[in-house]
Design a protein around this ligand. Structure first.
Ligand SMILES: Cc1cc2nc3c(=O)[nH]c(=O)nc-3n(C[C@H](O)[C@H](O)[C@H](O)COP(=O)(O)OP(=O)(O)OC[C@H]3O[C@@H](n4cnc5c(N)ncnc54)[C@H](O)[C@@H]3O)c2cc1C
Ligand code: SF4
Length: 556
C-alpha cells in the first residue's frame, strides 16, 4: 500500500512525484513508456551525416531520428478515432518524462486576465482561482527549474524570477526592428533553459539542440529535474512500461489503486494507494477516467457532471515564413544560441478594436541553424535558386540563414462541439477502449488566425522579404492548423466550484471522489494565449502541497 499512486511521468506527474516525495510520502509512479535519459541517450552534438538516415524521421520519432520524444501522431497498436468531419491529431509521448523530453521550453505564466476571461468578455468560463493563487507556485518553479526572461511589467504577462536572457541573434535583431516599426511588442523570450548554473545543473553552452535532449541537463526535463531528485529521496518507486487501464474504487466509492498493463508481458497488475493522482496528459486522463466505470461511477470516475472529456481546447496556430534578401551572403559569424527563440511577441492589442476575442503570441524562428535533414529544401523558391553542381552549392551558401518565420499561438475558447468520448467500437492492443474526437473551430478562432497571417506578412514585408506562400483563403480556414496539431491540448476535467458543471474543485481534487486528483492540463478552464506547461507545473505543485497537507491532517 503506497501513500500515493501517480499515473504519468511528464510535466504534471513528474512535479507531483517531486513535491510529494519531498513531503515524505511513499509514491509509486506508473509510466506507460520505457526509460530514456537525456543525460545518456541524447544525440546532442551528433552530425546529421553520422546517421544512416541523415536524421530523417522514423515511425516512433516523427520529428526526426535525433528528436528526443518517443511517440508521435500515431502509436502502433494504440489508435484513436475521429467523428465524421472531424480533423484532429493527437501527439502522445510514451517514455519517462513524457513530452518534456523535446518540448520547446517556452515557459509562460498565465496572467491575471487569463483566469477571469468570462468576466472580461462574457465568453467561456472564469477559473475558480485567480493569478494570486498560482503566483507563489510560479515563483517556486522559476527558482527550482530555472527560466530566462526579462521583467517588462506588462499587465497580463507577469514578471517571473528570471535568469538573464540570451542576446538576440542577427535574424532576431531584424525582427525586433520591424516589430518596433509596426508597434508590435517584442521582448526577450521566456524559456526554461539555464543561462547560469542552477541547483547543481550546468548552464547552457548554446549548441541549439534542445529538442534532442540536453546531455548536460541545462534545459528542463521532468526526468532529470524532477524524477531524479524524487528517486534520490528513496521514496519513489518508478514502474515503466506500465499502462494504466483503470482507477479502482473501494466499496465506499474512494479510489483504492490502479490496474495497469505490464507491457513487457501483457499481464494486468495492480497497485494499491491511499491517494491516486492522474497525470497521463489531459486527454489520456479523460480516457482513463471514462474507462474507470463501477457501480458507483457507471459513466466513468468523477463524471457525475457528465463533463469528463468536455471543454477541451488546443492552441490556435498558423505559420508564415519568408526569404529576407538582406540576410543572404552573410559574413560567417557566431549565431549560437539556445534551442529556441531568443525573442518573442506577447499579445499586444486591444480586443475592443478588433473583430475577434482573446489574442495570440508570436514565436520567431529562422536564421542560421545547425543544418539538418531537408535543410534548404525547396531552394528553387529563392531567386534563381537551384540548378546543379557549383551553382547549387553556391546557392546553398548564399541563402543559408536568410529565412525568417513566425508562428502564431492563440487562445481557443471552449465550445460544445469540441470534446472527446470513448469510442464504443475500438480498443487498443491492450483491450483498452480508445478516444473518439469531435472538433470544430468557431469564427472567433478563424478571425484570430486571419489576423496572425496578416501580421506575419506585414512583418516580412517590412523587412524587405518575400513570403513563400500565398495568403490562405477563408475556405482554407486562413491556414489554421487542425485541432491538436499545436500539441497544447487542455481541459476534459475542468475545475470549478459547482460539481454539476465541473470535474474537479479548485485544488484539482475530484468532486465525486475526494482522494482522486488530476495533475496535468485536464483541470484547465481556459487556454490563454500562452503555452500551458508552466501552469501545469505550478498547478501540479499546488495540488501536491494540498495533498501532503491533507494527508498530514488525516483528511484523505
Ligand atoms: C514538440 C512539442 C513542443 C512543445 N512545446 C511547448 C512549449 O514550448 N511550451 C509549453 O508550455 N508546452 C509545449 N509543449 C506541450 C508540453 O509538452 C505539454 O504541455 C506537457 O508535456 C504536458 O505535460 P503532461 O504531464 O500533461 O503530459 P506529458 O508530458 O505528455 O506526459 C504524460 C505521460 O503520461 C504517460 N501516460 C499516458 N497514458 C498513460 C497511462 N494510461 N498509464 C501510464 N502512463 C501514461 C505518457 O507515456 C507520458 O509519459 C510542446 C509539446 C510538443 C510535443
Ligand atoms: S542549447 Fe543549451 S540547453 Fe539546449 S541542448 Fe544545447 S546546451 Fe543544452
Amino acid at each position: 500500500m503506497y501513500d500515493v499512486c501517480i499515473v504519468g511521468s511528464g510535466a504534471g506527474g513528474g512535479m507531483a512525484a517531486y513535491t510529494l516525495t519531498q513531503a515524505g510520502a511513499d509514491v509509486v509512479l506508473l509510466e506507460a513508456g520505457a526509460p530514456w535519459d537525456n543525460a545518456k541517450d541524447s544525440a546532442m552534438l551528433t552530425w546529421p551525416y553520422e546517421s544512416p538516415r541523415r536524421g530523417k524521421s522514423t515511425t516512433e520519432r516523427p520529428f526526426g531520428e535525433f528528436d528526443a520524444c518517443i511517440g508521435g501522431w500515431e502509436i502502433p497498436g494504440e489508435p484513436y478515432t475521429r467523428a465524421p468531419g472531424t480533423e484532429f491529431s493527437w501527439w502522445r509521448a510514451r517514455m519517462v518524462g513524457g513530452r518534456t523530453n523535446h518540448w520547446g521550453r517556452i515557459s509562460l505564466r498565465f496572467g491575471p486576465y487569463d483566469f477571469k476571461r468570462k468576466s472580461r468578455d462574457g465568453l467561456g468560463d472564469d477559473w475558480p482561482i485567480s493569478y494570486e493563487d498560482v503566483a507563489p507556485y510560479y515563483d517556486k518553479i522559476d527558482r527550482l527549474i530555472g527560466i530566462f526572461g526579462s521583467k517588462e511589467n506588462l499587465p497580463n504577462e507577469p514578471n517571473g524570477v528570471f535568469l538573464p536572457p540570451p542576446r538576440p541573434r542577427c535574424h532576431e535583431l531584424l525582427v525586433k526592428q520591424a516589430a518596433d516599426r509596426l508597434h508590435v511588442t517584442c521582448i526577450p523570450a521566456r524559456l526554461s533553459i539555464l543561462t547560469r548554473p542552477l541547483n547543481g545543473r550546468a548552464a547552457c553552452h548554446y549548441c541549439g539542440q534542445c529538442n534532442r535532449g540536453c546531455r548536460v541537463n541545462a534545459n528542463f526535463t521532468s526526468t532529470n529535474v524532477l524524477i531524479a531528485p524524487a528517486l534520490a529521496t528513496g521514496k519513489l518507486t518508478l514502474l515503466t512500461n506500465a499502462m494504466a487501464r483503470e482507477v479502482l474504487v473501494d466499496s465506499g466509492g474512494r479510489a483504492s489503486g490502479v490496474v495497469y498493463v505490464d507491457k513487457t508481458t501483457g499481464a494486468d497488475r495492480r497497485v494499491r494507494a491511499k491517494v491516486v493522482v492522474v497525470a497521463a496528459s489531459a486527454l489520456e486522463t479523460a480516457r482513463l477516467l471514462l474507462n474507470s466505470t463501477s457501480s458507483f461511477f457507471p459513466n466513468g470516475l468523477a463524471n457525475s457532471s457528465g463533463t469528463v472529456g468536455k471543454y477541451i481546447t488546443d492552441t490556435t496556430g498558423t505559420d508564415v515564413a519568408g526569404f529576407i534578401p538582406k540576410m543572404m551572403d552573410q559574413v560567417p559569424h557566431n549565431h549560437d544560441g539556445v534551442g529556441g527563440m531568443h525573442l518573442y511577441m506577447p499579445w499586444w492589442l486591444d480586443n475592443a478594436k478588433l473583430d475577434f476575442p482573446r489574442g495570440y503570441h508570436i514565436e520567431v524562428w529562422g536564421g542560421a541553424q545547425v543544418p539538418s535533414y531537408g535543410f534548404l529544401g525547396g531552394i528553387h523558391r529563392y531567386p534563381s535558386g537551384g540548378g546543379y553542381g557549383k551553382q547549387l552549392k553556391d546557392d546553398y551558401r548564399r541563402y543559408y540563414g536568410a529565412t525568417i518565420g513566425f508562428s502564431g499561438r492563440g487562445e481557443m475558447i471552449p465550445n460544445d462541439d469540441s470534446y472527446c468520448e470513448i469510442d464504443p467500437r475500438t480498443v487498443d492492443r491492450w483491450g483498452i477502449p480508445v478516444l473518439r474526437f469531435h472538433w470544430k473551430w468557431t469564427d472567433h478562432e478563424y478571425k484570430q488566425v486571419k489576423h496572425m497571417q496578416e501580421t506575419f506578412r506585414a512583418l516580412i514585408a517590412d523587412m524587405g522579404g518575400q513570403v513563400f506562400s500565398p495568403m490562405p483563403t477563408a475556405e482554407q480556414g486562413y491556414g489554421i492548423a487542425a485541432g491538436g496539431v499545436i500539441i497544447h491540448e487542455l481541459g476534459g476535467a475542468r475545475m470549478g466550484d459547482d460539481p454539476k458543471t465541473s470535474v474537479t474543485n479548485r485544488w484539482c481534487q475530484a468532486h465525486d471522489c475526494k482522494n482522486l486528483f488530476v495533475a496535468d492540463g485536464g483541470p484547465f478552464v481556459s487556454q490563454a494565449d500562452k503555452n500551458p506547461t508552466w501552469t501545469i507545473l505550478a498547478l501540479s505543485m499546488r495540488t501536491s502541497d494540498y495533498i501532503a497537507d491533507q494527508m498530514k491532517k488525516g483528511a484523505l
